[in-house]
Write a protein that binds this ligand. Sequence first.
Ligand code: SF4
Length: 402
Amino acid sequence: MEQSPRGAGGPVEVGSVYVHAPFCVRRCLYCDFAVTVSATGDVDGWANALGEELELVQGEGTFALAARLETLYVGGGTPSLLGPRAMRSLGGLLGPERLSSSRLEWTAEANPESFTPGLAAAWRGAGVNRVSIGVQSFHTPTLRWMGRLHGPEGAEAAVHTARRAELANVSVDLIFGLPASLGRSWSEDLERALALDVPHVSLYGLSVEPATPLGRAVAVGREPAVDEERYREEFLEAAERLRAAGYEHYEVSNFARPGYASRHNAAYWDGRPYLGLGNGAHSYAHPVRRWNVRDWGAYRSRLASGVSPEEARERIDAEAAVLERIWLGLRTSRGLAMGGFGDQAAALVERWKQDGLAAVESARVRLTPTGWLGLDGLAVDLARASSAPGSRSEGANPARAG
Ligand code: SF4
């Protein structure tokens, strides 16, 4: 039977939209995102393709954009590579009315080397009000190893550029769990990030994916595998230092000063519907998740022929929905309401408390930073304990924090 994300009452209204900008000047060593290498990006090709996709989506009657969007997130890739016209073009496609809410959170990702004062001013003028900057590290050999184009001062300059353009709502990305041989001091990088005094920090643990240059180097022994102990220590050190500096660790990978938690990501974690536009973008409306072809050329040529870029979709069955609800609930500091999970689950959570993996407050279980390191395994254990009385809980596996 045809699987459709359409509810019985017609199109699902979405207040959160993700837009993918796939261009990067070169591919970083560890990157497995849907990226196409390009010196400048193709702003006109990008905007045309998005316009065509939007028209198809609106015509098919599955999703309906809310009259006023709550959140818009432009990620990549490197959105800042598309130059100053891109955000205004995107705003034109979505419609000024949809972007007119005073509550709209419009985030765009930038890499330091392409985040110029002119670009920042253009983004601000178009309506962008939150910038996520790919800093990753302040250590020059580490930045070179990763294949980044900026140096340590570039990252700091980008934060100042954002502030001067009245884009004070800045998030910086940092990566941890890198090989010891790089000589990178995680403590010093945290210190420099804290000195920037930005309202939001996201952490990404290094993950070695087989289809990346790093994955191939690890496979032939040219680079080491991730050192799990180092990964764990660095994550816990960051959690402690950011908390001490006044950031709330509000989600496994995210830290915010009061009032600055990402509202866009909250839509994912709360299981609300969202629309993804662009190559590789995912959309969700319970119980169906669907995603577009990853390759930029394939995405573009399908749309040029009037064909949907959707690659596949999956229907989330009842069992998967329970696991997903548990996993998403445990990701955030709000935690998971324990009502209805049963005695086995309560006993498991009691053991987590004793092991320092979780705390329970007002009948909600919240993982500690140590617990978050094992998020994936703990979620599976809790799903088993809640659905199969008598089933045994197995050990948690380390999860990537990113
Ligand atoms: S800048 Fe980001 S998206 Fe682009 S290649 Fe590097 S990690 Fe991937």
